[in-house]
Design a protein around this ligand. Structure first.
Ligand code: ADP
Ligand code: MG
Length: 464
């Protein structure tokens, strides 16, 4: 019979304690640059290529994040990740393999040319005009890029060059992070979302999502550039995108009513944007499925032509269908409480399935449709603008307030009787109900919503 000697037993015990006890880890965005994991957590180390530079993110991983093992594997694109299990073990500096950087360069020729130029003369300052030919407007640059580039965005140095020649004009919005400005670039309006250096992770994340291969779509906000500019005392983090003067759907519906046709065009474009996000496209020029996680009228923008784009991708998560995992450590209770699906509010969401995140988006989409349909004017009849659950909770409701209403009382926004007398509104009402089911699996998919809305035949109001 075998037995353990005392020292071996002690060693085993020591290892066991080490594996189960809380750890201290390096954390870039924490007080004192340190975080502490729960028992059985891990330290996380990652590096990614952004703006041509290797940027590291270090933090703690919770046991549930660790369980999927997603965060501990390097992806085949431009990131490397590592999990480790001793105090401050993520202090080590991870480097990308030079092949990855060169691979990026092959796609992003301009960056390489610049590197070569800098190598010859390290003192040479950046020359904006040689990088971005002076006669091109943004649409042309983006078109050039989509026909010849990687399908994920403008070359990084072109992004930086554009960002650094934008002149800010006026502040146009404020959300969760920083401030959104209207700016001018070569006479064209652009939107600039400025993050504080405290929110570096959010800036990095949103830029990363927008640069997901093949994300570009007419109903997703057109991303132009990301830039991090250090002025000596602080870092300014910019995200540049197409500017839409109507602002958010929230602003638009507050200001205007919409015709039946206008409602259908908005509803169809919102559903199309979400369907594109949610869809996985397989192949080298494919895209992963993405869940938004903060669908609401303030995160949808209205274009001049009356269609909409999905914006604010800062909380989005990507699905890796090969490993059936998501790409970042997930804090599942993010988003706007008022729009949170019941399974998020009562914490019953099945985090191991990516479908769950899509289904939660669909619930929120139903609420946005409700906000929209109320403003649809049929023979001069419409309702005032209201947020969902305006008659059930105060402004800025807590998670508990929402849970009581949505999960316990099982309430949903009211569907007015008069919607029954207009075909389009009746169908919108039916879609909403099928987006709101307490059972996430019973909800419509974005593709189904899109198809149903597209089949609505708009009988124009016969006026006079
Ligand atoms: P946050 O992450 O801070 O919530 P958002 O991206 O949601 O930031 O933007 C906040 C607000 O700024 C939006 O609700 C909208 O009113 C305005 N906004 C954002 N992007 C644009 C844009 N491209 N064009 C016009 N307005 C915008
Ligand atoms: Mg927002």
């Amino acid at each position: 019979m075998s037995y353990l000697r005392c020292s071996e037993a002690a060693l085993l015990l020591f290892t066991f304690v080490q594996l189960t006890a809380a750890l201290k880890c390096v954390c870039h965005l924490c007080v004192n640059h340190t975080c502490e994991t729960e028992a059985e957590g891990a330290c996380w180390n990652s590096v990614m290529l952004i703006n041509g530079k290797e940027e590291a993110v270090k933090s703690c991983l919770s046991p549930s994040e660790l369980k999927g093992q997603v965060f501990c594997y390097s992806s085949r694109n431009v990131s490397k990740r590592d999990c480790c299990f001793t105090d401050f073990c993520n202090n080590e500096t991870l480097r990308l393999n030079p092949g990855v950087i060169l691979g990026m360069c092959a796609v992003q020729n301009l960056w390489c040319n610049h590197i070569k130029a800098r190598k010859q003369d390290p003192e040479e300052p950046l020359d904006d005009q040689t990088l971005v030919s002076s006669d091109k407007c943004l649409k042309e640059l983006i078109y050039d890029m989509s026909t010849s580039g990687s399908g994920s965005g403008l070359p990084l140095l072109v992004q930086r060059t554009i960002a650094r020649t934008i002149v800010l004009q006026e502040s146009i919005g404020k959300g969760r992070f920083g401030e959104v400005w209207r700016g001018k670039w070569r006479g064209e309006d652009v939107a600039v979302k400025i993050f504080s250096s405290r929110d570096e992770r959010s800036w990095f994340r949103e830029a990363e999502i927008y640069q997901t291969i093949m994300l570009r779509h007419e109903n997703i906000l057109g991303f132009i550039a990301a830039d991090n500019k250090d002025n000596g005392s602080w870092t300014q983090l910019w995200l540049v995108s197409e500017y839409h003067e109507h602002g958010s759907l929230f602003d638009y519906l507050n200001r205007y009513t919409v015709s039946v046709e206008g409602m259908i065009v908005l509803a169809l474009s919102i559903a199309s944007g979400i369907a594109h996000l949610h869809m996985e496209i397989i192949g080298t020029q494919g895209k992963p499925a993405i869940a938004h996680r903060d669908i609401k009228s303030k995160n949808i923008l209205v274009k001049k032509n009356g269609t909409a784009v999905i914006a604010d991708l800062g909380l989005a998560v990507k699905h890796d269908s090969n490993t059936n995992t998501v790409d970042i450590p997930i804090n599942h209770r993010v988003g706007t409480k008022r729009y949170m699906a019941p399974e998020i509010l009562d914490d019953s969401i099945n985090m191991s399935s990516f479908e769950s995140f899509k289904r939660a988006d669909i619930y929120s989409l139903g609420l946005v449709f409700w906000e929209l349909a109320r403003r649809c004017s049929v023979q001069g009849i419409y309702e005032d603008f209201q947020l969902p659950y305006y008659d059930q909770v105060q402004s800025d409701p807590s998670m508990d307030d929402m849970r009581k209403v949505v999960c316990e009382q099982k309430l949903r926004p009211n569907i007015p009787n008069q919607w029954q007398s207009c075909e389009a509104l009746r169908i919108m009402g039916k879609i909403m109900r099928e987006c709101w089911y307490a059972n996430p699996a019973a909800r419509l998919t974005a593709l189904r919503v899109k198809k149903t809305v597209s089949q609505v035949t708009v009988v124009k109001d016969i006026k006079k």
